[in-house]
Design a protein around this ligand. Structure first.
Ligand code: PYC
Length: 312
């Protein structure tokens, strides 16, 4: 399997260029279903140890359904498939540019949750227009063991998020273990209480917010992804969900820039335009860098041939 690795504002993306299973010619949602049901071992092979680690997000590069789209893509991680991935889309665009397959300008990628527009601004800089985002519920309270009542908004940004304005710990790198435990406990408490997204989907990302370290940014976040790894970038879908909440509260006008800082201090520049039915159309700008062009090998005698998670 040939892969190109990159990172977007610190968060890794592994694009599978060659050697992916035949997922048919259906929509990206249909191909994602087939990938999840029949090829979970391939997912684990591609991103888990010993070839990857819990933070790696994989991106299967697919032929698009509509030939006028530049690419189709299915995102996945250490535990399963995900909907959209903002940092992964930026990583994919920079990877395709690195391969000479994408020129500067505006392109469309198909994802399982809708089409996204990609502006390749330079070798490393990309602005994406995400799928429509919206806040589903405001100020939802949940009882979390060891923490108490946690109040947050539920919003869609291409994945389901629970957004907590007041992080339970200072948003510093030394607090990452505590933040991870608190976010994981919050995610479990939401599931135990039967609190879901509007379509019944699991809320599988928890986002804590606090003041930025750099006064040039508007906010700093910590985002826990499904599978227990935290996002090193400010999270493209999470920042989209944040914009939807800010817009719903009348705290950010269309077109005004919002700078979201991540837990490692990297940044996305974000803004939105109004969409249909009270939704917003977020735009997220960030930078990605290619770090490896590799072939993943499989030895049938290897007891961990299909990958494993050391945390399991
Ligand atoms: O950037 O949207 C994102 C994302 C989702 C999971 C990890 N990164």
């Amino acid at each position: 399997m040939r892969v190109i690795d990159s990172h977007t504002e610190g968060e890794p993306t592994r694009v599978v260029i060659d050697g992916l299973p035949d997922l048919g010619k259906g929509s990206m949602a249909e191909r994602r279903r087939i990938f999840a049901e029949r090829f979970d071992h391939v997912r684990s092979f591609a991103v888990n140890e010993p070839r990857g680690n819990d933070a790696v997000v994989g991106a299967l590069l697919c032929e698009p359904v509509d030939p006028t789209a530049a690419a189709g893509v299915i995102f996945f991680n250490n535990v399963g498939v995900i909907g959209m991935c903002g940092h992964g889309t930026i990583g994919l665009a920079v990877t395709l540019a690195h391969l000479g397959r994408l020129k500067p300008g505006t392109h469309r990628f198909e994802t399982p949750v809708g089409d996204v527009t990609v502006d390749l601004l330079g070798r490393n800089e990309v602005e994406i227009e995400n799928v429509p985002a919206y806040r589903y519920r405001k100020a939802v309270a949940v009882d979390v063991s060891d923490i108490g009542t946690v109040v947050g908004d539920i919003a869609w940004g291409g994945n389901w998020f629970f957004l907590v304005s007041d992080a339970p710990y200072a948003l510093t790198m030394s607090a990452i273990p505590s933040l991870t435990r608190a976010a994981d406990a919050t995610m479990r408490a939401l599931a135990a209480a039967g609190i879901k997204g509007e379509d019944g989907g699991k809320i599988d990302h928890v986002e804590f917010f606090g003041p930025p370290a750099d006064p040039a940014a508007n906010s700093r976040n910590f985002v826990l992804c499904p599978g227990g790894a935290y996002d090193r970038s400010p999270c493209g879908t999470g920042t989209s969900a944040k914009l939807a909440c800010l817009a719903a509260d009348g705290k950010l006008a269309p077109g005004v820039e919002w700078v979201q800082e991540s837990i490692v201090g990297s940044r996305f520049q974000a803004k939105y335009r109004p969409g249909a039915e009270g939704r917003i159309i977020p735009r997220i700008r960030g930078r990605a860098y290619v770090v490896a062009d590799a072939t993943l090998l499989r030895d049938a005698n290897d007891p961990f041939a299909d990958g494993m998670r050391s945390g399991e």
